[in-house]
Design a protein around this ligand. Structure first.
Ligand code: ADP
Ligand code: MG
Length: 229
């Protein structure tokens, strides 16, 4: 037990350090971004492409800091009995807006009431948003993102499925590694975060993918809140 407590204390210390370092880095970066933008507006067109790269890289660094903070924090999360359907319905406007901007659509198919699960609502939203964004980023415009739930008597299944480029087999096993990314602007932290969230909920996450056809992420939660495997 003492070891467990030590470990929890260390983890929460790491989380607190990450939070304060992140804060100390974010503020100067916001100032830098503001002035670079100003310089950009006042510079001759020939130089503007350089400033655009600086801004893009700043945004990428910012995204890494934000994702890293989510990964390092929240080690000890509080859960409450919540409805997965309510959580999904709650966040759909955000996902619809995102899809809309890309010319894509979202098909939401919730099964009949899946009851209450022990969830940390903030984390589940982060999980779904990360999976949904990855799906959208893998698709051309006009693609459809499918989000659905299914009630299996001791489990609830959440499916996020896209019609995107798919993932070649040799990459499948590296997906959940922190910093694994194939995107120029990616952080490679999204799925690492998803995995840690699912693990904190004693759930499972699986991927099925076919190159050129699409990818499905399957998340299952035990209704008891403990392992039911
Ligand atoms: P990021 O999105 O920042 O690259 P993630 O951890 O979210 O980081 O994803 C890691 C990598 O997994 C992506 O760069 C991409 O290669 C692959 N990936 C994740 N989701 C999908 C998907 N739905 N379709 C195709 N590839 C995916
Ligand atoms: Mg991602």
């Amino acid at each position: 037990l003492k070891d467990e407590v030590d470990k929890m204390e260390r983890l929460s210390l790491v989380g607190q350090m990450a939070a304060s370092i992140t804060h100390e880095i974010r503020n100067p970066m916001a100032v830098i971004r503001g002035f670079v933008q100003l310089l950009n507006e006042r510079s001759p067109p020939a130089q503007q492409s350089y400033f655009r790269i600086v801004l893009e890289e700043l945004d990428r660094a910012n995204a890494i800091i934000n994702d890293f903070l989510s990964l390092a924090q929240n080690r000890i999360v509080e859960k409450e009995m919540s409805s997965l359907h309510d959580v999904l319905n709650d966040m759909m406007p955000l996902i619809w807006a995102d899809a809309n901007m890309r010319g894509q659509t979202v098909d939401l198919a919730l099964s009949e009431d899946t009851g209450l699960l022990e969830l940390n609502v903030k984390e589940i939203k982060q999980l779904v948003l990360n999976l949904a964004r990855n799906g959208m980023e893998a698709m051309h415009d006009k693609g459809v993102l499918h989000i659905s739930t299914q009630d299996l008597h001791d489990r609830v299944l959440l499916r996020v499925s896209d019609e995107g480029v798919g993932i070649p087999p040799e990459k499948l096993e590296r997906l959940f590694e922190p910093f694994f990314t194939t995107k120029a602007q990616g952080t490679g932290l999204g799925l690492a975060l998803c995995l840690s969230i699912v693990e904190r909920h004693h759930g499972k996450i699986q991927v099925e993918s076919k190159v050129g056809e699409g990818t499905t992420f399957l998340v299952s939660f035990c209704k008891t809140g403990f392992d039911c495997w």
